[in-house]
Write a protein that binds this ligand. Structure first.
Ligand code: HEC
Length: 110
């Protein structure tokens, strides 16, 4: 838990320094690489590719972290996501949450 908070803090610090050079780009590249295993269902742009998967783009980072921890612990049940989350470390969870939450979405009024 503590380690995860530190990882998130580091990522947030990196995001706060947006545009300030290669370290952010490297962090986001690492986050994108880690999230690659999710793209088949949730899409590289966080817009779901299969009808039963939710869109993750722009979702709150804290919500994503909690959802993934709950799938990992089994508190939240879904066969597919329990299997996916089982293999994620706290740092992996911080990375993929940072990746999907960082995607900017634009919402058009109807
Ligand atoms: C094989 C398809 C598939 C893959 C691969 C997959 N997911 Fe999912 N994901 C789903 C489905 C289906 C749900 C809806 C589950 C439910 O109803 O709880 C879901 C739900 C979620 C949710 C909950 C969203 C919400 O609104 O509550 C998160 C977060 C999530 N996935 C993250 C990930 C991440 C991160 C990865 C990669 C490590 C991943 N998923 C890989 C299919 C997938």
């Amino acid at each position: 838990m503590q380690r995860n908070k530190q990882a998130v803090a580091l990522l947030l610090a990196a995001l706060a320094a947006a545009g300030s050079g290669p370290s952010l780009a490297a962090d986001m590249a690492a986050a994108k690489a880690k999230a690659g295993q999710c793209f088949v269902c949730h899409g590289p742009d966080g817009v779901a590719k299969v009808p039963d998967a939710p869109n993750l783009a722009g979702q709150n980072e804290g919500y994503l972290v909690k959802a993934l921890k709950d799938y990992k612990s089994g508190k939240r049940e879904n066969e597919m996501m329990n299997a996916m989350a089982k293999n994620l470390s706290d740092q992996d969870i911080a990375l993929v949450a940072a990746y999907f939450s960082s995607i900017v979405i634009t919402v058009k009024a109807p």
